[in-house]
Design a protein around this ligand. Structure first.
Ligand SMILES: Cc1ncc(CN)c(N)n1
Length: 226
């Protein structure tokens, strides 16, 4: 009998260690507890803005790699979510006196380059499925983290990371993640040969590990630049 488990859930199960290292990173635990130092969050957020610019390029590449017009429409919705997300970064950074131009002029950290260029490379050398697998930890992981952290905000109206958590727990972001997961599943059903499974898991595991490295970069930078 064919496996009807959603493709994304199968990837998560196959790369459980890497996935957990991402969604249960110490950065997230400290954020949930409200103890994450602001210097760490700020370093992370500045790099995340640069990350999202490269991610938007990867979504544009996904449109280029789309075999069907319907794929393009779905990916365009994901791209809009990424571009919309950047308003949060601009808003929060403005409170620290950082303008959008300052953010764009900041140098990319090697962890930002490693992750984003890995994803872009998956798209350049592979097909749309390879690229969507490499992109999937981004939306789906933050949606999972947003839901997990939402009760901490509900319990504490003065939670220092209320705005950030609320963005990823929001109905709009959750819906975007659900749409992306469904699209990934439908595309895998259309084009995925069983022989590709090991490569698919390898891409997903690598992207999840690079997400974990991204949190770690925030923790490390925050310690050195207080
Ligand atoms: C590193 C990273 N990964 C995912 C997301 C959610 N779009 C993000 N903002 N930053």
């Amino acid at each position: 009998m064919a496996d009807t488990t959603p493709f994304f859930d199968r990837l998560k199960a196959a790369a459980q260690t890497e996935w957990q290292s991402y969604v249960d990173h110490d950065f997230i635990r400290q954020m949930e507890a409200g103890t994450l130092p602001q210097a760490v969050f700020r370093q992370y957020l500045e790099q995340d803005y640069l990350f999202l610019i490269q991610y938007a390029r990867a979504y544009a590449l996904a449109i280029y790699k789309s075999p069907q017009l319907s794929d393009m429409h779905t990916i365009q919705a994901g791209l809009n979510t990424i571009l919309g997300e950047m308003h949060l970064h601009v808003r929060l950074c403005q409170r620290w006196g950082l303008s959008q131009a300052d953010l764009e002029a900041a140098p990319e950290h090697s962890a930002t380059i490693a992750y984003t260029r890995y994803v872009l490379d998956c798209g350049q050398r592979g097909d749309l499925l390879d690229l969507l697998i490499a992109l999937s930890p981004c939306l789906m992981g933050y949606a999972e983290i947003g839901l997990r952290l939402a009760p901490a905000v509900a319990a504490n109206p003065d939670h220092p990371y209320r705005e950030w958590i609320s963005e990823y727990a929001s109905a709009g972001f959750q819906e975007a993640a659900r749409h992306s997961a469904l699209h990934l599943h439908q595309l895998a059903e259309r084009v995925m040969a069983p022989a590709r499974w090991a490569d698919a898991v390898a891409i997903f595991a690598k992207a999840s590990r690079l997400e974990a490295d991204f949190w770690q970069m925030g923790l490390d930078l925050g310690q050195t630049r207080v």
